[in-house]
Design a protein around this ligand. Structure first.
Ligand code: C6P
Length: 413
């Protein structure tokens, strides 16, 4: 905790201070969604109490205030991910919408029969199915980069697979199962060497580490507000202007138009071209508040602290007999997303038993069925940490695992 004063930070999250099944809650499902600090909830409340109005259209004072707050949130996102300009920051519903829009709109404009789309076996369905659909629509070819034994991307295979036939490389920055950090800057270089574009699924990276999309030189980057202390229903699609300008909107209606003729229309300039209809104004403003909150703590410190938790808990997990952990063995190469299985105990039973001890983890395929099949397992359990979790909570998690093992293997708890 020396890196962060977690005890003080936890006071910002009243939800964490509750009893579940007669035990103090230990919330370890942060890869699914994170909790929201009071500051974010206050901003949501204040907006609806004082500033609520529709944006970009009204000329009255509240509309001006709402528009100013909405566009200020966009600038906060720009600065947070180091995008060159706010025109490259588009508000969406979340990572899934962002990736779908890239596949649909960029795909429509640039992909032709025979083009190859390279993803990997560790991708989340949001970064698999849009590409499957695009490949089917355009008779393009979908390819999967294999993984090494430990769950890293096989970069030698990637080098061989990414060729002049490759049009798109789409990879997660961090896996929501393996907790592995993929070399997206290196993959971007490889893609660009073959005139392909690099799409990054940043759902599990943006909340946990400093992201600089210009340094990565990726062409698109997608992430969700609810995984980084923001509300659900708001996310971001970052794209280089040179591509966004050549892409048609996916949704049409108010806000995104310049002129509506009877049988055709022209579009507003970026980013509003991609923001049809009344946007999630409060969600965007609250995402801005979440960014303020995270930046006050510092992304470097958040990453350091989370890695210190992993360095504490991973070796203890590795020491539990009959427990298989997926992803990198070295804690320095494993983020706070830890998938595991107990020999002979179904992960759903493990998660239920942990819940009986107040410990919240996820069980299932984590929207990554190709990976679960690749790992040759039915499902896994998964604990995912955030900066507000403590070593004491890690101890509760370990103790609950031992109790679970005891119960299922010897019938006692
Ligand atoms: C790598 C990755 N990519 C895309 C998504 C989708 O994010 P949305 O905000 O649902 O659109 C997620 C969200 N993964 C959650 C829900 S399945 C999990 O429990 O792992 C993700 O982890």
């Amino acid at each position: 905790e020396a890196i962060l004063d977690v005890a003080t930070l936890r006071k910002d999250f009243p939800i964490l201070d509750q009893v579940v099944n007669d035990e103090a809650l230990v919330y370890l499902d942060n890869a699914a969604t994170t909790q929201k600090p009071q500051a974010v909830l206050d901003v949501l409340n204040h907006y609806y109490h004082h500033d609520n109005a529709n944006v970009h259209r009204g000329v009255h004072t509240l509309a001006e205030r709402a528009t100013q707050a909405y566009e200020a949130a966009r600038e906060k996102v720009r600065r947070f991910i180091q995008a060159k300009e706010t025109a490259e920051v588009i508000f969406t519903r979340g990572t899934t919408t962002s990736l779908n829009w890239i596949a649909q709109s960029y795909g429509e404009a640039f992909i032709k029969e025979g083009d190859e789309i390279v993803i990997s076996y560790m991708e989340h369905h949001a970064n698999v199915i849009p590409w499957q659909q695009l490949a089917k629509r355009k008779k393009a070819v979908l390819k999967y980069i294999p993984l090494t034994e430990e769950g890293f991307l096989d970069m030698q295979a990637a080098q061989a697979m990414i060729t002049d036939k490759t049009a798109i490389v789409a990879i997660a920055h961090v896996s929501n199962v393996l907790g592995v950090i993929n070399p997206v800057a290196e993959l971007a270089k490889l893609a660009h060497a073959h005139q392909a574009i690099m799409v990054v699924d940043g759902a599990q990276s943006v909340p946990h580490m400093k992201i600089d999309v210009q340094a990565l030189d990726c062409d698109f980057y997608a992430f969700s507000g609810h995984k980084m202390c923001g509300p659900t229903g708001i996310g971001v699609l970052y794209g280089k202007r040179k591509y966004l300008e050549q892409m048609e909107p996916v949704e049409f209606g108010g806000e995104m138009i310049d002129f509506v003729h009877l049988y055709d229309s022209t579009w507003k300039e970026l980013p509003w071209k991609f923001e049809a209809g009344t946007p999630n104004i409060a969600g965007a403003i609250a995402l801005g508040a979440a960014i303020d909150y995270l930046e006050t703590i510092g992304m470097e410190k958040i990453h350091q602290y989370e890695q210190s938790l992993v360095a504490y808990v991973l070796p203890q997990l590795q020491a539990i007999e009959g427990l298989t952990i997926y992803g990198p063995k070295d804690p320095k190469e494993h983020t706070g997303v830890i998938a595991f299985n107990f020999e002979g105990i179904h992960p759903h039973d493990v998660a239920t038993a942990l819940d009986m001890e107040g410990v919240a983890v996820r069980a299932g395929h984590h929207c990554a069925q190709p990976l679960i099949q690749y790992l040759d397992v039915q499902a896994t359990a998964r604990a995912s940490f955030y900066f507000y979790n403590t070593k004491a909570e890690a101890d509760r998690f370990i103790a609950a695992l031992h109790a679970t093992k005891e119960f299922f293997q010897n019938g006692t708890i």
